[in-house]
Design a protein around this ligand. Structure first.
Ligand code: ADP
Ligand code: MG
Ligand code: MG
Length: 605
């Protein structure tokens, strides 16, 4: 979830006093690192994925499934290989917000060779196995983007009651503080400080999916905060406790990083719709398919009077393109503090668009500060910069090189929901990696006005958006001045008259490359999945889960996911990797790639 600083966390009352200090010094740190590193050139393409998992416990006798609060005891064991020899670890493990979550990444980033695309899935399988090995027989790591009954009574193991008193961290009616990862103070501190800064509890209202027997209006007894026909959630955990899939790329230079950032920005809503996997919240079927707005609301630290001035939560889609040449598409007015912007321009010599982006990030106060980190050497350190940067959770992240490291300028692609199987996660990751290659090789332009990207983000989250919504997209990706129009995801991915579609561009790129037969075979399966999903021939996880629940014999058409339905759904998901579901995955050739199960030692890293 971002930077993990060590030390003693400060309360909001204390942090508040240091807010200007952190911001002023953070800006100075960015200026220094920019000056030091702006001319850095020639870094090679490197990239890597991040997959987040839930730990689920099954009670077969009572047909119940709960989240298992076991991450803190698993992580030290999972991290042993890394601690012993970071260079040879095959996977890296990190804590995430939930005490029932873990995040796994490959041991080291992948490189530019096509064959690296052929080892992603094997490494994902390996990670799943590493985590699974630490669990008792009735528990499983699952890459489910949200636990369907998160926040229902008794949803954790061990079971805890929420604490709504002032002593509580979340003060939630539903989400006990014990479900927040306890092994690092960052998570509880952020929760408490965001709530304190906001001045009230988190307030998330999601439209319920109205079925035949759903009571109208849909009102929950004893929950006065709930708005009619809404599912009410009241804690950071309901958003940050969801699992996502991210990809980070190292660019050869800062200019290439800006270019990738800008071109990937309009793809965020498209990839969100394509990976939609979160239709259920707190035991109810909702009318949305994606987690995005729920997380945005779950960390919304704005005070009531700020909400009309600052348009978005600190978790949301990006507000601006970064490259000067794309500034014509920046049609959302950005707010920032003028002195920050002026310093970036005059002291840093930073271009206007990038300076505005950084200054815009710095409208947010620090919400997690450690006493040991207050005084820093701005020439060397970048913790104050990272403090604000890493608590702006946007669809894209522009990552400068860390101090004193060999890492170059990077860009992180953050919108995707985690998929149920390794096959799908690998397909999504490889698809995005190939898109970056296509953008750079053919010098494509995906930019549309940023306000249109926002509009697409809204529509991408709607129920079954992939089939029913249209998205603003460029008619011609090669022509710099091309116009844009509304297209379906299918048209964007598979093309239409006069527009080739992203798959065709990728196929052309692959044809021009020297790709070994085995990798080619794997990639064709991935592209086939993406293509068929865009067409509607195979389902998104969101649709597949909806169909599972609504056709369950015990479902009463009342929008409720009972303990038993939840159990059956998660059991079905648990067996998915062995028995592929063709509605979800299409017809995968089980022998599609020999390397997938028998990867040479060096390539599993
Ligand atoms: P985050 O700040 O998002 O938590 P992580 O440190 O967890 O980022 O890394 C995200 C991904 O970046 C991982 O998959 C990792 O393999 C990859 N990665 C690490 N170093 C590089 C690099 N130099 N270039 C590109 N990707 C990298
Ligand atoms: Mg990470
Ligand atoms: Mg990340």
């Amino acid at each position: 979830m971002g930077l993990l600083s060590e030390g003693s966390p400060l309360s909001w009352e204390e942090t508040k006093k240091w807010a200007n200090h952190v911001k002023t010094n953070g800006i100075e740190q960015f200026i220094n690192l920019y000056k030091r590193l702006k001319d850095r050139q020639g870094d090679s393409l490197k990239w890597g994925d991040e997959v987040e998992y839930l730990i689920v416990k099954f009670d077969h006798e009572n047909k119940r499934a709960t989240v298992s609060l076991r991450a803190n005891e698993m992580l030290p064991i999972l991290r042993e290989p890394e601690n012993q020899d970071p260079a040879s670890a095959k996977s890296l493990w990190r804590p995430e917000y939930g005490a029932y979550m873990v995040e796994g990444t490959p041991g080291c980033p992948y490189g530019a060779l096509p064959v690296h695309l052929n080892i992603v899935e094997a490494n994902m399988k390996l990670r799943r196995k590493e985590a699974q090995m630490l669990l008792p027989p009735n528990e499983m790591v699952l890459s489910v983007a949200n636990f369907p009954r998160l926040g229902c009574p008794g949803f954790t193991f061990p079971e805890y009651n929420p604490d709504t008193s002032e002593k509580g961290v979340s003060m939630s009616r539903f989400f006990p503080d014990e479900a927040i990862f306890p092994g690092h103070p960052r998570f509880a501190t952020l929760t408490r400080n965001i709530r304190s800064r906001r001045g009230s509890k988190i307030d998330i209202q999601i439209p319920v999916f109205v079925d035949k027997n759903t009571p109208r209006p849909f009102v929950e007894a004893g929950v006065p905060e709930q708005k009619e026909d809404m599912i009410y959630l009241d804690a950071m955990g309901f958003g940050m406790g969801c699992c996502c899939l991210q990809v980070t790329f190292q660019a050869s230079s800062i200019a290439e990083a800006l270019k990738l950032y800008d071109n990937l920005t309009p793809l965020c809503p498209i990839m969100l719709a394509l990976t939609a996997a979160t239709p259920f919240y707190r035991g109810y079927i909702s009318d949305v398919d994606c987690r995005w707005n729920i997380i945005a609301a779950s960390v919304d630290c704005r005070r009531p009077e700020e909400r009309s001035v600052i348009r978005k939560s600190r978790y949301d889609s990006v507000d601006t393109y970064l490259s000067e040449e794309n500034s014509e598409y920046n049609d959302i007015p950005l707010i920032y503090e003028e002195p920050h912007y002026q310093s970036l321009i005059t002291e840093g010599g930073i271009d206007k668009s990038l300076a505005k982006h950084i200054a815009h990030l710095f409208i947010r106060d620090p919400v997690s500060l450690f006493s040991e980190k207050i005084n820093q050497d701005n020439k060397k350190d970048s913790d104050h910069f990272e403090n604000i940067q890493s608590t702006n959770w946007q669809t894209m992240r522009f990552k400068p090189p860390p101090p004193e490291s060999s890492i170059g300028w990077r860009v992180e692609f953050r919108p995707c929901e985690v998929q149920l199987t390794d096959f799908e996660n690998a397909a999504v990751v490889c698809f995005v990696v190939l898109l970056t290659r296509v953008v750079l090789t053919y010098n494509l332009h995906f930019m549309i006005p940023i306000s249109k990207v926002d509009e697409n983000m809204k529509n991408a989250q709607k129920r079954n958006a992939i089939a029913t919504e249209k998205f603003w997209f460029r008619n011609d990706l090669q022509n710099k001045t091309a116009s844009y129009s509304l297209m379906t995801v299918n048209e964007i991915i598979n093309g239409k008259e006069g527009f080739p579609g992203l798959i065709t561009l990728i196929q052309n790129y692959l044809n021009s490359m020297d790709v070994d037969a085995d990798t080619q075979c794997t990639l064709q399966q991935y592209l086939c999945l993406i293509s068929r999903r865009a067409k509607g021939d195979v389902m998104t996880a969101a649709k597949w889960m909806r169909e599972f629940v609504t056709s369950h014999p015990k479902y009463s058409q009342d929008s409720v996911i009972t303990e038993e339905i939840n159990y059956d759904l998660l059991q079905r998901i648990a067996t998915l990797s062995e028995n592929h579901s063709s509605t979800l995955l299409g017809n995968i050739d089980p022998n599609r790639s020999k390397t997938q199960d028998n990867v040479p030692e060096i390539l599993t890293r």
